[in-house]
Design a protein around this ligand. Structure first.
Ligand code: NIG
Ligand code: FE
Length: 419
């Protein structure tokens, strides 16, 4: 049976149309296509028509008032939000470290003494598939309640082949079982295991020679990410790891210049990364290189907020021609949140972005950051019927009222889920 859904008369229907080949840059990030009193018709999971209510209502009169009809009068309709950078699959929490940081310990100090990523690695290694699945599924439910319909998810709390594969298998099962689409990234190079920290080369070799080939052979990831930071992986090691992934068809991504300027943005451009993420301390040269090589800048203001650090210079990046996306960086250490709407608030208040830019950054540009702009990120005929309906009269309210959940309904592939 054909599955039909008609959403009518949104006060503002924000389509994000027109950026399928290239992410939106500079002024284009602020130029939203808005249909006032707009309607969308979705059939068998795909958007079929999108138009002013008067036009569309006539063509689908038989659906009005049925179960296949959502009246969005007085509400804002956007493409389902996309989170392009999460550490979704992991076990446990680290509130003890939060308490330590509040007393003055730094994130890197905690990590170097065996906490941080290492603490979550121990918990994740000890957890079975079922426990990991259940903990992560709950987080995905929360993402959905906050209007998110696609997330990227990284491994990197296994740090050994068996456990990296376990994390990626869980992500795959979540993608299959949960309404949210989960796009996987291998991040074996998230930290050097504690007992090898004085001699990291054998671990780098294992990432390159054992883990990457096996992850690629099992088709468990689309991307390959590395934490390029002083005390973690050097730019030289990161380059080797990203190039090795490339050879196996894993597209490079990079955690770049988070704590100090370290050439991460430059490296992203050099290896043809699809995105460089964090960028709190990216150099001017790095920003220029990213703009030239079309590397999407994925900014994670929740991390700066939670680590009480300086925020990335989104203004400089957007004005310099970098396509910017926003993400939660959801993880138990540096950004324990799933609220992409709150990240939008922070984008405006702490990074000088406009309300229009933060919407672009969490929809079509986020889709480009994970190579999914052909399917999601905008409401256009042929794209997935992923739609978020917010109970606000105009989109400005979304980045004005903060710490609130304005989501009214989430539609995934044409099916209303959160109502
Ligand atoms: O993106 N920077 C490195 N990795 C994560 C943090 C992971 C953790 O602390 O568990 C991040 O911030
Ligand atoms: Fe991260």
């Amino acid at each position: 049976m054909t599955q039909k859904l008609l959403i009518t008369n949104a006060a503002q229907l924000i389509t994000m149309a027109g950026h399928n080949d290239q992410p939106a840059k500079q002024e284009a990030m602020s130029q939203l296509e808005i249909i006032e009193n707009g309607s969308v018709y979705v059939e068998d999971g795909k958007v079929v028509a999108i138009a002013p209510d008067k036009e569309l209502r006539q063509n689908y009169q038989d659906l009005l008032g049925t179960e296949a009809h959502i009246d969005a009068t007085g509400k804002v309709v956007t493409p389902g939000l996309i989170d392009p950078h999460t550490h979704l699959v992991h076990a446990g929490t680290r509130e003890n470290e939060y308490a330590m940081r509040l007393k003055g310990k730094s994130y890197m100090e905690i990590m170097q003494t065996g906490g941080g990523i290492h603490a979550t690695t121990r918990a994740t290694q000890a957890a079975g598939h079922k426990q990991l699945f259940e903990e992560s599924r709950k987080r995905l439910d929360q993402f959905l309640l906050h209007g998110v319909t696609t997330v990227e998810a990284k491994s990197g709390y296994g740090l050994a082949l068996e456990h990296e594969l376990k994390q990626l298998e869980v992500a795959k099962q979540l993608d299959e079982d949960h309404p949210i689409d989960v796009v996987s990234t291998f991040m074996g190079a998230h930290a050097v295991p504690m007992d090898e920290k004085d001699n990291p080369e054998p671990f780098v070799d294992r990432v390159i020679n054992e883990m990457i080939p096996e992850v690629a052979r099992r088709k468990l990831a689309v991307f390959n990410d590395v934490f390029c930071e002083r005390g973690v992986f050097t730019p030289e090691q990161s380059k080797r790891i990203l190039e090795a992934g490339n050879k196996h068809g894993l597209i490079p991504k990079i955690h770049a210049d988070e704590i100090e300027p370290y050439g991460g943005a430059e490296l992203a451009a050099q290896v043809g990364a699809i995105s460089a993420d964090h960028l709190l301390k990216a150099s001017d040269q790095g920003i220029k290189d990213m703009a030239e090589k079309d590397v999407v800048g994925v900014l994670l203001p929740g991390t700066a907020f939670f680590l009480m650090a300086e925020f990335a210079d989104a203004r400089k990046m957007i004005d310099g021609g970098v396509a910017v996306a926003l993400s939660t960086d959801a993880n138990p250490g540096s950004s324990p949140t799933i609220s992409l709407p709150f990240i939008m608030n922070l984008g405006c208040l702490k990074m000088g972005m406009t309300p229009e830019e933060v919407l672009t950054a969490t929809t079509i540009n986020a889709a480009h950051a994970i190579g999914a702009a052909g399917e999601v990120g905008s409401l256009e005929p042929g794209k997935k019927g992923d739609v978020t309906i917010f109970d606000v009269p105009n989109y400005l309210v979304l980045s004005y009222q903060y710490g609130m959940n304005h989501v009214d309904t989430v539609v995934k592939a044409g099916k209303p889920l959160v109502v």
